[in-house]
Write a protein of this length. Structure first.
Length: 197
């Protein structure tokens, strides 16, 4: 081997070594990227959870002004829970390589006619949320995103629970009717209900 070919071989070895070093030095994205369609749908769900939180906050404030202390406490806790649902989505999207976005704030209604109306609105809203979660699950299955499908099962179970709670409350309010003593006891009972978070 002459000096020229030796030099060529050494240069080739150095280049190969440099390529290996560069390969390992390059930042590796360990995130398995979230499908853009799923990411966008999850961001829409963030907006809906945020809307739920604001809605219940407005109901809580109205109930507080009217002096329903137990109902107020229940609704403030509900508002906190909805915010926790929203944050759970934030963390999931970002941990999966997507970008969770702060939604535009939709102004909720400021006043309500009755406690009955409030819980009718709660049930109606939760049924809407359940429908959206089901749509998301359906999309995940069609897109073969089994990880997000698995993540969303928590929300599926939560929605069953929230709809059941709202229905039970409406059943009690129907029994109470216009009985003020009954409403007083109901207010106390709701105030004693523990939050889930
Ligand atoms: Fe988180 Fe009740 O929707």
């Amino acid at each position: 081997m002459n000096v020229k070919s030796m030099t060529t071989n050494i240069a080739a070895s150095v280049n190969a070594f440099a390529a290996i070093v560069l390969l390992f030095a390059a930042p590796i994205n360990f995130n398995i990227m979230l499908n853009k369609k799923i990411e966008s749908a999850l961001n829409e769900q963030i907006a809906l959870e945020h809307e739920s939180s604001q809605y219940y906050l407005s109901m809580a404030s109205w109930a507080e002004v009217k002096g329903y202390h137990g109902i107020t406490k229940f609704l403030y806790l509900q508002s906190d829970e909805e915010r926790a649902h929203m944050l759970k989505l934030f963390h999931y999207i970002n941990e999966r390589g997507g970008h969770a976005l702060v939604p535009d704030a939709k102004i909720p209604p400021k006043s309500f006619q009755t406690i009955q109306e409030i819980f009718e609105q709660v049930l109606k809203h939760e049924i809407k949320v359940s429908g959206e979660i089901n749509e998301l699950v359906d999309m995940c299955q069609k897109e073969k995103d089994y990880t997000t499908n698995n993540f969303l099962q928590w929300y599926v179970a939560e929605q069953i629970d929230e709809e059941r709670t709202a229905r039970n409350i409406l059943d009690k309010l129907a029994l109470i009717g216009s009985d003020k003593g009954g409403l007083y006891l109901f207010d106390n009972e709701l105030g004693a209900m523990p939050g889930k978070k």
